[in-house]
Design a protein around this ligand. Sequence first.
Ligand code: ADP
Ligand code: MG
Length: 146
Amino acid sequence: MSKTLACCNKFITKNEAETLAVGENLGRQCRGGEVFLLFGDLGAGKTKLLQGLAKGLGVTDVVNSPTFNILKLYKAKSVKSFCHIDAYRLNSDKDLSALGVQEFFDDKNTVTAIEWAERVKKIWPQGARQIRIKSLSEEYREIIYS
Ligand code: ADP
Ligand code: MG
């Protein structure tokens, strides 16, 4: 993958393997307590990137889109667990609060990631990191994270 700017975390990936690699690298850097907010259209690669991130955390179970479950918790290795949330089907922040997500945000042994984070703006914890993915073509993606 090419890193286009030296100052920012901006990558262009040309296939899903490269997006997985960006995620895996990010996962390896996690120490626990990180919350990632994912933005990008359907098919942008949010779940792909998080599959890589989970691998980087040492999750061995298959990470799938939790769309139908909203929240899935995986056992990890470098931290205790990886909490994968998909807010696509939620109508309000309250729905997510009701699931007790605050507990995961606050847990220093858990890494949390939220797809469709724009739907649950009110619950974004302070210090959450943003990952924006944009489709540039069939296979090229722009990934920006902070
Ligand atoms: P989202 O979770 O954002 O809806 P997914 O990760 O589920 O998206 O799906 C991304 C789709 O795009 C997959 O079918 C994947 O194979 C495809 N794809 C093609 N090129 C890339 C790329 N560079 N990075 C990530 N996914 C890609
Ligand atoms: Mg997804």
